[in-house]
Design a protein around this ligand. Structure first.
Ligand code: DC
Length: 231
């Protein structure tokens, strides 16, 4: 039996996780947040005191990191060597380390293997940077979700503020530009729109409107057999 897969790629702050999670819920699929997996790896490197430019230490440390995911009440939990690290992987420092360490090929291959295994056994909505272009080249639906830098920075700013974190909008905007550049210019499996992905710019869309836009794309996809039992 083959499973249905929906690949959602795009830069930081386009609302991928929120939208992908909601879409998965509507379709009754598993949501796979691949960024969280790279974040768990980066946490492992930070805990080992590895410098951000020490790729050989990262490659060595890969072997002592077991990243896995688990679903609890429909939510994805990321485990690092058995420890639930969901609450530890969203800081700006970790975002930076993740953007740097995820450029490493060994790190990527380890995570890609896990991602492909998940898609072999479940219907998935998977979000990331290289899902449609590299991880699941045969995904049934591919979306490249983006928004302007200004809109993405504002969203991140409001998110951080709501958590009570003091932050600076222009600094967030600079960080976003820097991560966009790094994610899309790395040598191996960079952030890119797959040729057969549909571009959705949600600068002027709400979350709900974005989810509806993606649901429409899913409905239009071929091989719809048995998959549109919306919950
Ligand atoms: O989606 P996110 O912000 O949680 O991703 C964190 C970092 O991980 C981001 O800098 C890009 C990287 N990443 C990646 O290289 N490939 C993926 N499939 C997902 C995330």
């Amino acid at each position: 039996m083959s499973y249905f897969s929906i690949a959602i790629d795009g830069p930081a702050g386009a609302g991928k996780s929120t939208i992908a999670r909601a879409l998965a819920k509507r379709l009754g699929y598993i949501y796979v947040d691949t960024g969280a997996m790279y974040r768990a790896m980066a946490l492992h490197f930070l805990r080992k005191g590895i410098a951000e430019d020490d790729f050989s230490a990262m490659e060595e440390a890969c072997d002592s990191a077991d990243v896995s995911i688990l679903y609890q009440d429909g939510e994805q939990l990321v485990l690092l060597n058995g420890e639930n690290v969901n609450g530890l992987i969203r800081t700006e420092q970790l975002s930076h380390m993740t953007s740097v360490s995820s450029a490493n090929k060994k790190v990527r291959l380890k995570m890609v293997e896990l991602q492909r295994k998940l898609a072999e056994h479940e219907n998935v909505v998977m979000d990331g940077r290289d899902i449609g272009s590299y991880v699941l080249p045969n995904a049934n639906v591919k979306v490249f979700l983006t928004a302007s830098v200004a809109v993405r920075a504002k969203r991140r700013f409001l998110e951080q503020q709501a958590k009570g974190i003091v932050c600076d909008l222009s600094e967030i905007e600079e960080n976003i530009k820097e991560r966009d550049y790094r994610d899309s210019h790395r040598e191996f499996a960079p952030l890119t729109q797959a040729p057969d992905a549909t571009l959705v710019d949600n600068s002027d869309l709400t979350i709900e409107e974005s989810v509806e836009a993606l649901l429409d794309l899913c409905k239009k996809a071929e091989n719809q057999v048995d998959v549109w039992k919306l919950q």
